[in-house]
Design a protein around this ligand. Structure first.
Ligand code: ATR
Length: 294
């Protein structure tokens, strides 16, 4: 099997899919297929364009067709939960699923969230330790912010959510507080960005501002100085370097983009499906190549 080409499909090929709408931009098929080929595994990952109205049928379909699992992306991450047979604790904490495993014996569907572990693994890979002395500012209060917040609630860090719509930030803060006793989470509006980032040790952009094709936008307010000793982590990976990252770097901050989180959430999904550790460096190279072409 060693060196099996990606194009090879036969009667024993095992399938995983990526369910999204749209899905054509997804890097997951290339990332996983490169890893399957490198490990000589007769597995393939295919993109599955699933209209929101057809999600329940599609999920029954992947089980019926003998798929081994799937990644789930926008807009299905929350909507898929009622159709799963069981979910892990990470799903209960985040309220979203990005990975499904199909039980080979009974076709039951189990939901996971590897965005959280992907973020935490990438922080560790970048030697960023979060503890009770950390002051983390999360920009945003949507799905990405929820995963980041859920990943950090146990760390002891003081967390501040900064969101354009304050009410949404307050709701997420209260949810995160209820998910982990004693965790310090507050929420403010964008106008308080300067005040709450002054002492920040880590700033995470979990908004979609700056994402391709709006690469000239930044969630940072004009005129607000960057705190000198903070690390800036942007969850966006397309483009590889956002305007926010460029501006923060110019002000002397260490900056990290979202590619590592993408790779590590994919690697965790790969392990859930196959029980094997994928070649991380190869997955990174495949994604870098695709993203550099854009
Ligand atoms: P995701 O699941 O990727 O987090 P989302 O749930 O749509 O996507 O959330 C997008 C986040 O980006 C939200 O925090 C959103 O702020 P609002 O809650 O106020 O909508 C933020 N966002 C999007 N466009 C923005 C903009 N132009 N300025 C500031 N924040 C923006």
């Amino acid at each position: 099997m060693e060196g099996l080409s990606i194009a090879h499909i036969d009667g024993r090929t095992q399938l995983v899919g990526i369910l999204g709408y749209p899905v054509a931009h997804s890097l997951s098929p290339e990332m996983h297929n490169a890893a399957f080929a490198e490990l000589g595994m007769n597995w393939r990952c295919v993109p599955l364009l699933v209209h929101p109205d057809k999600l329940a049928e599609a999920l029954r379909g992947i089980a019926a067709l003998g798929f081994r699992g799937a990644n789930v992306t926008v807009p299905h991450k929350v909507a898929c939960i009622p159709y799963l047979d069981r979910v892990t604790e990470s799903v209960n904490i985040v309220g979203a699923v990005n990975t499904i495993r199909v039980d080979g014996s009974d076709g039951r569907l189990e939901g996971f969230n590897t965005d959280v572990s992907g973020f935490l693994t990438d922080l560790a890979a970048n030697q960023i330790n979060i503890g009770k002395d950390s002051r983390v500012v999360i920009l945003g209060a949507g799905g990405a912010a929820r995963a980041i917040g859920a990943g950090l609630v146990r760390s002891g860090a003081h967390i501040t959510l900064v969101n354009r719509t304050v009410e949404r930030g307050l709701q997420l803060a209260s949810f995160l507080r209820s998910s982990w006793e004693g965790c310090e989470v507050e929420a403010v509006g964008l106008e308080e960005l300067e005040a709450v980032t002054r002492e920040a040790t880590l700033i995470v952009n979990a908004t979609s501002v700056g994402m391709f094709p709006h690469t000239d936008s930044s969630p940072w307010r004009d005129g607000v100085p960057f705190p000198k000793n903070a690390v800036l982590y942007d969850t966006i990976y397309r483009p590889l370097q956002t305007k926010l990252m460029r501006d923060a770097e110019r002000s002397g901050l260490r900056v990290i983009g979202g590619l590592g989180m993408l790779i590590h959430q994919g690697a965790a999904a790969f392990e859930i499906w196959t029980g094997r550790k994928p070649p991380i460096d190869l997955m990174r190279a495949v994604c870098l190549k695709r993203l550099s072409e854009n």
